[in-house]
Design a protein around this ligand. Structure first.
Ligand code: PLP
Length: 397
C-alpha cells in the first residue's frame, strides 16, 4: 500500500536514512521516530495474544466459531450497534454493505474524493457510480453543505468517510439522506471508537464499515473488517452475503462472496479490543502535545477537531504549503511521516471514465498537495513528540 505499506517501506527508508551520510542537513539524527511502531504494542501484549491464538489452533476451528461470534458482539457493542458481521477487510465491508443494500448498476453513491481508494473503488466494484463532493478543508471530511446539490434521481446512498479518526458532520448528512430516502454507509475504516455528538462511529447511518488493517487503531494480524448496523434484517442478509449468499448449506439465495473474517484474526482482535480505549486516549494526548508545541507556528495548520467530535486520531495530519520540503527535512532527522493522500481520487487514472478533471474539487486537491501525517501512535514518548515538534519548528525558523 502506498497508504499502509508505505509506512513499513517508509520505516525501511528511514533506517537507511539514519545510517547514510546526511547531505541535506548539518545536524545529525538524534532520535528515531517511526511513523508507526507495531512491534512495541505486540511486545506488550505477547503474553495475552499467543495463548489466544494457540487456543484457536488447538481447536482447529479455523473458520467461524465462537471467537468470531464473540468479536462481532463485542465490536458491535463498542460501536453502539446491535449487530456486527465480521468480514475479510474494510474494503469487503464496504462492498458487502453495498451489495446488501442492492446498490449496483444504475445507482449513484455520493462520497468524498479525499479518501483511501477503497471508498470509491468499492462503489465501482459494486457496479455503481461514485459522485464526488468536495471536502471541508478544516476537517478533511465531506462538506455537508455541498451534498444536496449532488443528489439526482439515481442517487441511492451517501458514503461519508470519517477520515483520520474524526467523524464527518453526520447531522446534516442524515438530514439530506432522510429527505431523499437514501441509505448512509459510514466508511468508518479509520474511526472505530470516534464519536459525533456522543454517538459512536458506525452507529448513525444505515451501516458502518470498519477496517482492522494493522495500521488502524484496532489493527489485526493481517486483513480484517466488520459491518455494524442496528438493522436486524440487513445484518441477517449481510451475514449470508459474506458467505457466498449461502443459506441453508449449499443453497444460495443471493450471489455473495467469500468475505469471511478468519477465526485467528478474531482471537487476536478480541485481545486488542480490551486496550483500544486506552490507546485512543493516548493518541488524543499525543495530539494535544503536538498542538501545544506547534501552536505558534504560522506555516503549518494543525488538524481542526470540531466541537461535536471526539476523534481517535488514527492519523494526525497537518497541512503546510512547504509539505514536501518539510517531509524531506523530517526524514533526514529520522522522523517517519506519510502523505495521505497525494492524489485526490477524481484525478486517479482508474476513475477517468467518471469524467472529472483537475480543478473540480479544489479543497481536495489542496489537501493532497499540503497534508502530512506525523507519528501519533500510542506508544510514542513525550520526548519523541518534543523531538518531532522541535524538528518542525527548526525547519521553519
Ligand atoms: C477510509 C478507508 N476506507 C476503506 C479502507 C479499506 O480497509 P482495508 O484496508 O481493511 O481493506 C481503508 C483502509 O485503509 C480506509 O482508510
Amino acid at each position: 500500500m502506498v497508504h499502509h505499506w508505505g509506512q513499513m517501506a517508509g520505516r525501511r527508508q528511514e533506517s537507511q536514512c539514519v545510517n547514510m551520510p546526511d547531505k541535506t542537513v548539518a545536524s545529525p539524527v538524534t532520535m528515531k521516530v517511526p511513523l508507526l511502531d507495531l512491534k512495541s504494542q505486540y511486545a506488550a501484549l505477547r503474553g495475552e495474544i499467543l495463548p489466544a491464538l494457540e487456543a484457536v489452533l488447538e481447536s482447529q476451528q479455523l473458520i467461524g466459531g465462537p471467537a468470531v461470534a464473540r468479536l462481532e458482539a463485542a465490536v458491535a457493542a463498542y460501536c453502539g450497534c446491535a449487530y456486527g458481521v465480521g468480514v475479510s477487510s474494510g474494503t469487503d465491508a464496504l462492498l458487502c454493505a453495498l451489495m446488501g443494500l442492492d446498490i449496483g448498476p444504475g445507482a449513484e453513491v455520493i462520497t468524498t474524493p479525499y479518501t483511501f481508494f477503497a471508498t470509491a473503488g468499492s462503489i465501482m466494484r459494486a457496479g455503481a457510480r461514485p459522485v464526488f463532493v468536495d471536502i471541508d478543508l478544516a476537517t478533511f471530511n465531506i462538506d455537508p453543505d455541498r451534498i444536496s446539490a449532488a443528489v439526482t434521481s439515481r442517487t441511492r446512498a451517501i458514503m461519508p468517510v470519517h477520515l483520520f479518526g474524526q467523524m464527518a458532520e453526520m447531522d446534516p448528512i442524515m438530514a439530506v439522506a432522510d429527505r431523499h430516502g437514501l441509505a448512509v454507509i459510514e466508511d468508518a475504516a479509520q474511526s472505530i471508537g470516534a464519536r459525533y455528538k456522543g454517538r459512536p462511529s458506525g452507529s448513525i447511518g444505515t451501516v458502518g464499515a470498519l477496517s482492522f488493517f494493522p495500521t488502524k487503531n484496532l489493527g489485526g494480524a493481517g486483513d480484517g473488517g466488520m459491518m455494524v448496523t442496528a438493522n436486524a434484517s440487513l445484518a441477517h442478509r449481510l451475514a449470508i452475503l459474506r458467505n457466498h449468499g449461502m443459506e441453508p448449506k449449499y443453497h444460495y439465495q443471493w450471489i455473495g462472496g467469500n468475505f469471511r473474517l478468519d477465526t485467528l484474526q478474531a482471537a487476536y482482535l478480541l485481545v486488542k479490543l480490551q486496550h483500544l480505549d486506552e490507546w485512543s486516549a493516548r493518541r488524543r494526548a499525543n495530539g494535544d502535545l503536538y498542538r501545544q508545541r506547534l501552536a505558534g507556528c504560522d506555516e503549518i495548520i494543525c488538524p481542526h477537531i470540531s466541537p461535536a467530535n471526539q476523534t481517535i486520531f488514527n492519523q494526525f495530519v497537518i497541512r503546510s504549503p512547504q509539505r514536501d520540503g518539510l517531509k524531506a527535512h523530517l526524514a533526514a532527522h529520522g522522523i517517519g511521516t506519510e502523505i495521505y493522500y497525494p492524489l485526490s481520487l477524481h484525478e486517479q487514472p482508474c476513475f477517468k471514465s467518471l469524467g472529472y478533471r483537475r480543478g473540480d474539487f479544489p479543497n481536495s486537491e489542496l489537501a493532497a498537495a499540503q497534508a502530512l501525517a506525523l507519528p501519533i501512535y500510542p506508544e510514542l514518548s513525550a520526548q519523541q513528540i518534543h523531538y518531532v515538534a522541535d524538528t518542525i519548528l527548526a525547519f521553519f525558523s
